[in-house]
Design a protein around this ligand. Structure first.
Ligand code: IMP
Ligand code: MG
Length: 174
């Protein structure tokens, strides 16, 4: 059985999401932006983030990626299991991701979205998990930096469990 240790309480997440939205509001004022959420992990983060966006003409899309690998690390071999639906050509795109670990998933997605010829592609990520990074990734908007550990809650799962928890927890194995 696994035990959960509270790492980031709900209030702290909410404060950080507001800060990120304020930065985006400043950078994209008056522009037209497509937020692309990566399913499933980013669904709660994206929902909270977009409700703090002001003065931006905003559209939302989702993509779902499956990565082959062991249960807790990705292989970089990524497959799209649900594609985007909106045209991205000449648009400003912000990828919304829950957590970046090796960076391989995001690198794949950046290259894929670039092939749709958008005007720009930026990355907004709630958690930058740095220790296992395998590829250099430029994160434009980053919520929290945490070196390691397996995290759940606020969209993040372990074997599909714990996504609904309002805070972020670390799994401690007993
Ligand atoms: P990457 O390709 O190694 O960067 O993998 C990133 C993806 O792995 C994220 O989108 C998550 O779905 C998943 N992931 C990585 N670390 C964690 C974690 O600590 N908790 C839950 N999911 C994670
Ligand atoms: Mg994910």
């Amino acid at each position: 059985m696994e035990e959960l240790k509270l790492l980031i309480p709900e209030e702290e997440i909410s404060k950080k999401v507001k800060e990120l939205a304020e930065q985006i509001n400043r950078d994209y004022q008056g522009k037209s932006v497509i937020f692309v959420g990566i399913l499933k992990g980013a669904f709660i983060f994206l929902a909270d983030l977009v409700r703090q966006i002001r003065d931006i003409d905003l559209a939302i899309d989702f993509i779902r990626l499956a990565s082959y690998g062991t249960s807790d690390t990705s292989s970089g071999q990524v497959q799209i299991t649900k594609d985007i639906e909106l045209p991205l050509q000449n648009k400003e795109v912000i990828i919304v991701e829950d957590i970046i670990d090796t960076g391989l998933t995001l690198k794949y997605l950046q290259d894929y979205l670039e092939s749709h010829q958008p005007n720009s592609v930026k990355v907004c990520c709630l958690i930058d998990k740095t220790e296992r990074r395998e590829i250099e990734i430029n994160i434009d908007y980053c919520g929290f930096t945490i070196p390691k550990g397996f995290l759940v809650g606020y969209g993040l799962d372990y074997a599909e469990k714990y996504r609904h928890l309002p805070g972020i927890y670390e799994i401690v194995r007993k």
